[in-house]
Write a protein that binds this ligand. Structure first.
Ligand code: SF4
Ligand code: SF4
Length: 91
């Protein structure tokens, strides 16, 4: 089993937080309570991913968001970047 191939497929399959800006009220809970420091707030107060590799897919951010503004999903589908600005995965 080639190690390099295995690692590549694991990275591709990883789920990461996807933010719904229509729901987000910029409270910052997700960024503040993530145990791995995966997110920070941008200038407007919206969360964005700064360390995707650190994410353990624990889903704490998804559970804590009071406005159902986060869903863990594989970013490979259509996200152009870690934050992306996607707004449809919760529907
Ligand atoms: S917890 Fe939800 S509402 Fe609050 S900043 Fe994060 S995504 Fe936005
Ligand atoms: S799933 Fe867990 S580790 Fe990943 S960003 Fe959310 S709270 Fe942080």
């Amino acid at each position: 089993m080639p190690e390099s191939t295995k690692k590549g497929s694991e990275d591709a399959a990883k789920n990461l937080p996807v933010f719904d800006r229509d729901r987000c009220k910029q409270c910052g809970i997700c960024a503040h309570f993530c145990p791995k420091g995966v997110m920070e707030l941008d200038e407007a107060g919206f969360p964005r991913i700064i360390d995707a590799e650190a994410c353990t897919e624990c889903r704490l951010c998804e559970y804590l968001c009071p406005d159902f503004g986060i869903k863990l999903a594989a970013p490979e589908n259509d996200a152009p970047g870690a934050n992306g600005g996607r707004s449809d995965p919760l529907r």
